[in-house]
Design a protein around this ligand. Sequence first.
Ligand code: TRP
Length: 363
Amino acid sequence: MNDTTEHIGRNRVLTGDTPTGRLHLGHWVGSIEQRVAMQDDYDCFFLLANMHAFTTRADKPDDIRRDTIEIVKDWLAAGIDPARSTIVLQTEVPAIAELSWYFSMLIPFNRVMRNPTLKTEIETKGLGDKYSFGFPMYAVGQCADILAFRPEYVPVGEDQVAHIEMCREVARRFDQIYCGVDPHAEDEQYESQGGTFPIPKALVGRVGRLLGTDGSNKMSKSLNNAIFLSDSPKQVKKKVNSMYPGQSREPDQPGDPEINPVFQYADVFIKDKEFVAELRERYRAGDNLGDGHVKAHVIEAINELLEPMRRRRAEFEGPSGDDAVIEIIRDGTARANETAERTLHDAKQAMRLDFGERTLRWK
Ligand code: TRP
């Protein structure tokens, strides 16, 4: 095992997505944008949480495989660059599965079941009391996803903060029990006090909650109110134009931009902030500004953002595109395993499980 392929001296970032479908603008402003921007300054690992996809869709292996490849295309289109960052396939990093077991013993069962993100998911996905044992287990698995890479930051959407908090608890507990770190130590001191794990921090993107095109709910694939990163210019236009502006008015009548969801998009996607302030003013004053006009500016801004993504995505179309994606996954996962195996080695040493050495072969 060696660390020569790592970008020595740079702090690490790890985050991931469960491959469940295409990424949309809510994902972009909630987290992806930030990940893309961090690639120059951090040693970034982006995890495909394909094992987690099985927690609710164990009977759909073909769909999960397809979604896994598609989400990589979304990432590449969005600007995640495999030359600078490492794309990791969760199911081929055995250290994650092993660490999950050890971590599951450091956290009370009831603490996991009280995790608000899990509870919300059980509700919104209508899982009732029929969910698999593996479903709540994924939250423990997520601690292992993160800690296997010992990152400083975990850029995620707002909904994931509860999971990162659990991960921080697990890391503290491990370091206290197995590495003798003082329970009163500050989070920043855990590594210097000999802890195996740092206490990673969540980083939430610039918009926690982007409205969907229905104007009332958070943008979400399942609510049918999403603008996808892969949408065509025509689809973007159609979706934005279908939005209800929250009120009925004529261009020369005063309006309230604050109850018009199109203005959230204007704020988020139009770069020229003075221009948006001006639009708001004119809308309020009823200064000959129709809703179609505001929408046209929003459509233009969104398409400007998506255009380079469409170009990059086009490079990965068809079966040869799938092959190229699989090559990227293989290459990244090989590098990721070097880091994760080193972590597992250190963790087992701390746990007095150092009975021998083991290496991983990867093809
Ligand atoms: N649970 C996350 C989601 O559904 C995906 C995920 C899996 C993740 N492992 C992770 C996110 C590790 C951050 C870090 O969005």
